[in-house]
Ligand binder design. Sequence first.
Ligand SMILES: C[S@@+](CC[C@H](N)C(=O)[O-])C[C@H]1O[C@@H](n2cnc3c(N)ncnc32)[C@H](O)[C@@H]1O
Ligand code: SF4
Length: 386
Amino acid sequence: MTHPTADAGFGVYLHWPFCASKCPYCDFNSHVRHTPVDEPRFIAAFEREIAHNAALTGPREVTSIFFGGGTPSLMRPATVGAILEAVAKHWSIAPGAEISLEANPTSVEAERFRGYRAAGINRVSLGVQALNDADLRRLGRMHTAAEALAAVRIAADTFERYSYDLIYARPHQTPAEWAAELEEAIGYAVEHLSLYQLTIEPGTWFERLFAAGKLSVPDGETARALYDVTQEVCARRGLPVYEISNHARPGAECRHNLVYWRYGEYAGIGPGAHGRLVTDKGRLATATIRGPEDWLAAVEREGHGIENRETLSAEAQGDEFLLMGLRLVEGIDPARFAALAGRPLDAGRLDSLIADGLIARDAAGRLRVTEAGFPVLDALVADLAA
Ligand SMILES: C[S@@+](CC[C@H](N)C(=O)[O-])C[C@H]1O[C@@H](n2cnc3c(N)ncnc32)[C@H](O)[C@@H]1O
Ligand code: SF4
């Protein structure tokens, strides 16, 4: 029962598309509903879509499961338990598999943590976002810093592992303020932190405010200084960067996210989820319907909510592999690129990126983006993939 990308694992992503309110910066597939969500109906639909995916993959050993959102911590623990049972019924779950759930750090949600633990969750990822109340208000969050830290303490007492997210490069934030906040944050983070630079996403409230000149974000130079502070503080405090926005004690990396970045195999279940399945015909990209009720209706009608499925060309696989793998500090094996893309990397382009100090080749021949290269990662990947 081994999977075809044994070095990278087989992950199952489950998307819960509801939130108590919509944060003004967020463009994730998340929806606010003013009537209660029919969780038993969703359980049945998740199970049917899991069965559909299992028929596409054949037998697999699941190495990680991730409930993402939206806000999965709005689910009843019994719902989480029932969906995990459905995963176990259609694939086998590896002993010690990482089973994560994204949680918002309000007191209401923290009350459910013991129930999630009993249902099988062994890791939570908390959206703390900021450690001061003024910024939390500006980010439209429904919790205070004290409430978030109380949820972090409950998570630490309840789960084997936990992580939390902070957003930096907020309006008017200075590198000195961020350094102090990060130092404080690391005091509460045992093994893992996700640190995201605020991006103004199309279609969000922040985009409208930004366009109207009512929201200012740090300029390029300040953003670079904030990024550099992030790397320096985290490395010094024993949580070095392992992916462009993720920091962990060595060995405590999020195994589920590593499946994506190492270009492994994963099933995407639930509204607006993406999957990459290794089938007889090649690597199949799947994307499900984003609207929760439309997805539900499609699954009840057809057994799945997949609206796009495409067997990826060799070229597309090579591009995706670079895009994902170069985000990791461990870098990529160029032989795997050649096997996926059906051609080696362009030696001339590679040599010039190495000469510019943006990419380094180690003794084993792996290629990694250097410290100077990370801030210009997108341009670098585009150059190498061209
Ligand atoms: C799927 S979201 C949310 C998890 C959970 N619902 C929460 O808000 O706590 C995952 C993370 O993405 C980050 N994020 C979302 N939109 C962002 C943006 N525009 N810029 C930077 N980070 C963002 C936040 O840190 C958030 O915790
Ligand atoms: S940041 Fe989290 S809580 Fe806020 S809208 Fe996005 S998914 Fe929902």
